[in-house]
Design a protein around this ligand. Structure first.
Ligand code: SF4
Ligand code: SF4
Length: 450
C-alpha cells in the first residue's frame, strides 16, 4: 500500500538516478558565504593571508538559530569581502585559494560509541558540523530537533525527492544505505523518539528494497512507500502521507507532534558524528537544456556556478536562466560567480525555451488550480484579490499558507502567473505588518511621553 495526500500534480520528472555520481574537481578558488542557513549570519573567523585546512571552521555566530561554516578546501584566504550570493545580493564571504592538498582539519573527532547514543552529544555535533536542512530549507538542524524534544512523538524522514530533475537523495540511498540508516538513527536518538518513519516515493523502489535489506527496524526506522506525486516532499504533505495527521492552516509540524528531516540532512549527521566531517560538499544535480547532462556531481560548497557548468561539459546552448533546486520550487540565480551552498540540491541551466510565460494571460475559470492545491487553497480567488491589492481578502483566503509549490501554475491552462503572485502577496503582507507594528510602537512611545 502506498501513502499520499490530496491534490498535487504529475510533472515530467526528468530524473536520471542511473547517472553515477561524478566528482567535481574543486576550483582554484572557493567562495564560502557567511549565510548558508536560516537565522543569524556567521561572522568570519579568519582574515586575508590566513592558512586554512579543509573542514576548518571559518565562520560562526553564537545565536541559537545559526550554523557555522567550514572551509571546503585547504589553502590561503585571499579575501574576506561581500561576494554574489546564489540567492541574490552580495554577502560577506571568505575566498580561499585552493592549494589542492585537501589537508584535513582534525578539530572534529568522530564521536565515541557512548556519545553516539547520547542526544546532547549528537545535537552539539550537528551544530558544530554546520548541519542544516539540506533539502533546501537550510534551517539549522540542531535547533530544529532540540525545539521538538518533548513535543514531537513522530519523526518523519523525507525521502520523496519529488522535484523534477533532482537525484541526490536517491543516489545517497543507493550508494550509502547503511550510513544513511545510521544517520537517521542519530536524528531519532537526538529527537528522543522510538521510531522514525522514512517516507520514500515508489519511483525509488530499488532504494526501498536495498534499504530494507539492511534491516531498518534494527535502527528504529520504518520505511513507508509513498505514491509518486508532486509535492509529496512538502513538509505538511509528508506528515499527512506518513502519519495521517493534518497540520492546520498557520500551524507547525510540531503542533501535531511531528518533525520532518530530509534524507541528505540525515546523511550529513552521519558524516558529522561517525566521521567528524562538517558539511563541505554534497551531490548537486546539474541539468537543463543549456548543458549536456544531466550530471549527479559531488560538489564542494563554494564552487562557482559557472565553473560547475564547465566541469560538467560546458554549455551546449546559451544559458538564459540558472535555477537553483528543482524547476517547480527553485530560485533563480543571477550570477555565474555565485557559489554552491549547503542547500544547493541542483543547478539547472535553461535556454529559456522552458518558460511558460504568456503576454496578458486570462483566467478561464476552469478551477483546475483549486483541484491540485495540496493546501486546499483557492488560487483563482487569491489571484483576483492580489490583482486588486485587497490585503484583507488575501489573508482571509490564507495566502500565507501557500508554500509556493507551483502546482497551481503548472496546472493552469491559461498560464496565469499564480505562484509568483502569491510569493509577492506574502511579501506585501509582511511589509504591511512590519509597517503597522512600527506605527503602533511609535504611537505608544508618543503616548508615553504625554
Ligand atoms: S496556492 Fe500555493 S500551495 Fe497551493 S498549489 Fe499554488 S503554489 Fe502550491
Ligand atoms: S487554473 Fe488558471 S484558468 Fe483555471 S481557474 Fe485557475 S487561474 Fe483560472
Amino acid at each position: 500500500m502506498t501513502h499520499t495526500f490530496k491534490g498535487g500534480v504529475h510533472p515530467n520528472y526528468m530524473k536520471a538516478p542511473e547517472v553515477p555520481i561524478s566528482v567535481v574537481t574543486p576550483p582554484a578558488q572557493v567562495v564560502i558565504p557567511m549565510i548558508q542557513h536560516i537565522g543569524a549570519p556567521c561572522k568570519p573567523l579568519v582574515a586575508k593571508g590566513d592558512y586554512v585546512k579543509m573542514g576548518q571552521k571559518i565562520g560562526e555566530n553564537p545565536a541559537p538559530v545559526s550554523a557555522p561554516v567550514h572551509a571546503s578546501v585547504s589553502g590561503t584566504v585571499v579575501a574576506v569581502e561581500p561576494r554574489p550570493h546564489p540567492l541574490g545580493d552580495m554577502v560577506m564571504s571568505v575566498v580561499i585559494e585552493n592549494d589542492f592538498q585537501d589537508t584535513p582539519c582534525e578539530d572534529l573527532a568522530p564521536l565515541t560509541a557512548e556519545e553516539l547514543k547520547e542526544p546532547e552529544a549528537i545535537l552539539n555535533r550537528m551544530r558544530e558540523a554546520g548541519v542544516v536542512g539540506m533539502g533546501g530549507a537550510m534551517f539549522p538542524t540542531a535547533f530544529k530537533v532540540r525545539s521538538g524534544i518533548g513535543k514531537v512523538d513522530k519523526l518523519v524522514i523525507n525521502g520523496a525527492e519529488c522535484e523534477p530533475y533532482l537525484n541526490g537523495d536517491h543516489l545517497t540511498m543507493l550508494n550509502f544505505p547503511e550510513q544513511l540508516l545510521k544517520g537517521i538513527e542519530l536524528v531519532r536518538i537526538a529527537s528522543n523518539v522510538d521510531k522514525a518513519y522514512y517516507g520514500i516515493e515508489i519511483n525509488k523502489q530499488d532504494a526501498i528494497d536495498l534499504l530494507r535489506s539492511y534491516h531498518p527496524e534494527k535502527y528504529g526506522i520504518e520505511i513507508v512507500p509513498e505514491a509518486v506525486k508532486y509535492p509529496q516532499g512538502g513538509e505538511k504533505m509528508q506528515i499527512k502521507a506518513v502519519t495521517g495527521r493534518e497540520v492546520k492552516p498557520g500551524g507547525l509540524p510540531s503542533g501535531v507532534g511531528c518533525n520532518v528531516v530530509s534524507t541528505r540532512t540525515c546523511y550529513a549527521t552521519y558524516q558529522a558524528c561517525y566521521e567528524g566531517r562538517p558539511v563541505i560538499e554534497r551531490i548537486v544535480t546539474v541539468g537543463g537544456s543549456a548543458v549536456d547532462g544531466p550530471h549527479n556531481a559531488l560538489t564542494r560548497v563554494g564552487t562557482p556556478l559557472g565553473y560547475l557548468a564547465e566541469q560538467c561539459g560546458g554549455f551546449v546552448k546559451e544559458p538564459k536562466k540558472i535555477v537553483l533546486g528543482g524547476p517547480m520550487m527553485g530560485i533563480c540565480a543571477t550570477s555565474f560567480d555565485a557559489p554552491t551552498i549547503k542547500g544547493t540540491s541542483g543547478v539547472l541551466y535553461f535556454t529559456g525555451k522552458e518558460d511558460r510565460m504568456v503576454d496578458n494571460p486570462q483566467c478561464i475559470r476552469c478551477g483546475k488550480c483549486i483541484t491540485v492545491c495540496p493546501m486546499n487553497l483557492e488560487p483563482v480567488f487569491m489571484y483576483m484579490y492580489y490583482s486588486k491589492g485587497d490585503y484583507e481578502n488575501l489573508e482571509k483566503f490564507h495566502v500565507n499558507d501557500c508554500f509556493e509549490c507551483g502546482s497551481c501554475s503548472y496546472n493552469c491552462p491559461a498560464r496565469m502567473p499564480l505562484t509568483h503572485a502569491f510569493k509577492t502577496a506574502k511579501l506585501m503582507l509582511q511589509a504591511k505588518a512590519t509597517k503597522e507594528k512600527a506605527e503602533a510602537a511609535a504611537k505608544a512611545a508618543k503616548e508615553a511621553q504625554k
